[in-house]
Design a protein around this ligand. Structure first.
Ligand code: ZN
Length: 439
């Protein structure tokens, strides 16, 4: 793990570079001074805050050099019941000055939003004026990802701006094994629930968490803990890698952000884990009847049609819309020859009016997405050769045309190369169980 000091140096250098690039005139000079001082301050201010346990303003011990030249810093942690005006007054700022600052600040941060625990940095000019200390910079951490800064401008007034805060992501590797339930195991291993949920979502295209998980199965999760610039944990980031070792299979997922900025999970071959039911489980067909209310073509009365009908020539192959298991392959007077498939995570599909089943399609048989399960026919109640295709989610009919989300990308070429180098880094990290991860 890289030292936090060098990490801080790098961050400050980066932000310095950005500031100098953006600003000009003496504003940039002031910023450079402020940031160089900030570079030296955090370790002081953090240790100091521990001592003062977050109440009133406190002043840093000033070195000889600071007494001669440098600006003066004060760090304040907002306590319950504090007002901004009171904090500023307590810090020795004249009321006219405090009013001007609060007015300027309110465009970016309403002072009434002040909350206990927020941290405020005050920077004063070294020389005291007759009127008291002169504020040159005010900074407040609004939330972990934003700071608002008020700077004294050339004209003597204040200017305000919002500074996005980069969070530091520190990778955490967790190994777990399932003795009773995944949730209990994750809690015991210290895996936060939102991280567990993200892992479950990413695997849910391949794993049915209700049926496929058993005691003895194990998993590995690599995710980020997020820290603000003061080194406090402010939340959890994404799962970067996860593996799941089941009874008969082992699965791995890698988080990868494409060059277009799309983040998704991919298997070790660079294939998106996102699998969906096929919208159209038949080729060379056209929709002859949509999903919804319609006049029944034979019975005449108005009824709800919970399916899409695809008209196609007799004998056209019908495919399984997704990986699954045959729940039923048989006959009914309405459906004729039909197949019902159970897919993962509550989805089921039904294919009616088949002329014949494909070989091996019987109750209990496993089928994979795109596999031919039967052929278009004229069985059951039908006016012409077509596939009647239904999708249910947890027992309720859904529109097959809209239930599916677009499939994730399949990586190729340079994108695949980039993915594979990301994968190597993640694999290395997981293998060593520690170390630096920079992605
Ligand atoms: Zn139909």
């Amino acid at each position: 793990m890289r030292g936090t000091m060098s990490a801080r140096l790098e961050r400050v250098a980066l932000s310095l570079w950005r500031k100098v690039r953006q600003a000009n005139g003496w504003v940039s000079a002031v910023l450079v001074v402020v940031f160089v001082v900030l570079l030296l301050i955090p370790s002081f201010s953090i240790s100091m805050k521990k001592e003062t346990s977050g109440n009133a303003a406190s002043e840093l011990p000033r070195t000889q050099a600071q007494r001669e030249a440098g600006p003066i810093h004060k760090a304040v942690t907002v306590a319950g019941g504090d007002t901004l005006f009171a904090i500023l007054s307590q810090a020795g700022i004249a009321s006219s000055e405090a009013e001007a600052l609060v007015t300027s600040l309110s465009s970016a941060f309403p002072p009434t939003d002040l909350k206990a625990g927020q941290e405020i940095d005050l920077v004063f000019r070294a020389e005291e004026h007759a009127a008291g200390l002169q504020l040159i910079a005010f900074r407040i951490g609004v939330d972990p990802t934003r700071e608002v800064e008020v700077l004294r401008s050339d004209s003597g007034g204040f200017s305000v701006r919002v500074i996005p805060q980069e969070l530091e992501a520190r990778p955490v590797l967790i190994h777990g094994s399932i003795s009773s339930t995944l949730y209990e195991s994750a809690a015991a291993a210290g895996l936060p629930l939102p991280v567990l949920m993200e892992m479950i979502r990413a695997f849910s295209f391949d794993v049915d968490f209700q049926r496929d998980l058993h005691p003895g199965d194990s998993y590995v999760v690599l995710y980020d803990r997020l820290f603000d610039r003061r080194g406090r944990q402010v939340g959890d980031g994404s799962v970067s890698y996860a593996s799941l070792k089941l009874d008969r299979s082992a699965l791995q997922i890698y988080r990868y952000t494409t060059s277009k900025g799309l983040s998704d999970y991919f298997n070790e071959a660079g294939q998106s884990v996102r699998k969906t039911l096929m919208r159209t489980p038949i080729q060379g067909a056209w929709i002859s009847s949509g999903y919804g209310m319609r006049a029944h073509p034979i019975h005449g009365y108005s009824e709800f049609h919970p399916a899409l009908d695809f008209a196609a020539p007799l004998g056209t192959p019908i495919m399984a819309a997704g990986d699954g298991v045959v729940l039923y392959a048989g006959y009914s007077s309405e459906y004729g020859n039909f197949v019902r498939l159970r897919h993962r995570n509550g989805y089921a599909t039904l294919y009616a009016h088949m002329g014949a089943f494909a070989r091996g399609v019987r109750s209990g048989a496993a089928v994979s997405q795109g596999q031919v399960i039967g052929y278009v026919g004229l069985t059951g109640v039908t006016t012409g050769p077509h596939l009647h295709y239904e999708v249910t989610y947890r027992g309720e009919h859904v529109n097959p045309a809209t239930v599916v989300s677009p499939p994730g990308p399949i990586l190729a070429g340079d994108e695949l190369e980039r993915f594979l180098s990301t994968k190597r880094l993640l694999d290395g990290f997981v293998r060593e169980g520690r170390g630096e991860r920079r992605l």
